[in-house]
Ligand binder design. Structure first.
Ligand code: B12
Ligand code: SF4
Ligand code: SF4
Length: 163
């Protein structure tokens, strides 16, 4: 999808580049497991966060589960393309990092790995370790996302009443 959008702009004589879909993208899960990252202490991070870009661009805010909640909800994926097009400036509808999250705790209840808590947010190690068990069962596919479905934030910005 990112490459499709890059090409769409390029065909119109505009510049476009998607860092996540490029060979310059780097990510690491457990510390020391990525050959192409020099700092072996880094864990569960990358050099291009789609969620940060979406937050900065006004699409939505983070939730307790650390998913980004937009007007279409938390159960979505993001991609970003940098371009030299002059878009009109739009105002962000929020000020705080967690403005769209009601802190209802439904994602805590639904997480099979006990990776989410009010005290510590989301534990990437616990989440990823659970993925490893799923990976064995459903190889080569893996994933979970129970923190993003049947929650009040699944398909929209939750309201207190939906708790
Ligand atoms: C590594 C990774 C993982 C790791 C976890 C590491 C992590 N940091 O999240 C593992 C393998 C466990 C994982 C799991 C999942 N992931 Co993942 N993952 C990524 C990946 C490739 C990189 C994340 C990254 O850059 N982290 C670096 C940190 C710095 O950025 P961040 O995590 O985006 O932001 C956090 C911190 O900055 C923190 N924070 C702390 N202090 C502060 C202060 C400020 C000012 C700010 C702004 C933020 C902040 O809050 C943020 C939320 O954790 C991204 C794709 C991408 N390139 O962005 C997808 C991505 C985050 N994953 C995604 C998804 C869908 C999932 C899963 C649901 C997959 C599944 N179906 O099972 C699960 C559950 C994730 C969950 N509960 O958040 C989506 C998220 C969509 C959404 N609605 O938010 C992404 C964006 C992929 C995509 N293209 O859409 N993932
Ligand atoms: S389920 Fe509730 S606490 Fe968890 S991210 Fe969604 S709104 Fe926030
Ligand atoms: S993806 Fe699954 S294991 Fe990871 S935080 Fe969400 S519910 Fe928990």
């Amino acid at each position: 999808m990112n490459h499709f959008i890059e090409e769409w702009f390029e065909k119109r004589g505009l510049k476009a580049f998607s860092p996540y879909a490029s060979d310059r993208f780097r990510y690491v899960f457990e510390p020391g497991t990525a050959d192409n990252i020099e700092n072996k202490k880094l864990s569960f991070t990358s050099n291009w966060s789609e969620r940060h870009v979406a937050y900065i661009s006004g699409m939505g805010t983070f939730g307790l589960s650390k998913g980004l909640i937009t007007k279409r909800g938390v159960s979505g994926r993001y991609g970003s393309v940098i371009t030299n097009v002059d878009f009109p400036i739009t105002k962000r509808d929020y000020e705080g990092l967690y403005d769209y999250c009601t802190m209802c705790g439904k994602c805590i209840e639904q997480c099979p790995a006990n990776a989410i808590s009010f005290e510590n947010g989301k534990d990437h190690h616990k989440c990823s370790s659970y993925f490893d068990t799923v990976r064995i069962k459903y190889a080569p596919r893996f994933g979970c996302g129970k923190c993003q479905v049947t929650t009040p934030c699944e398909r929209g910005i939750p309201t207190k009443a939906k708790k």
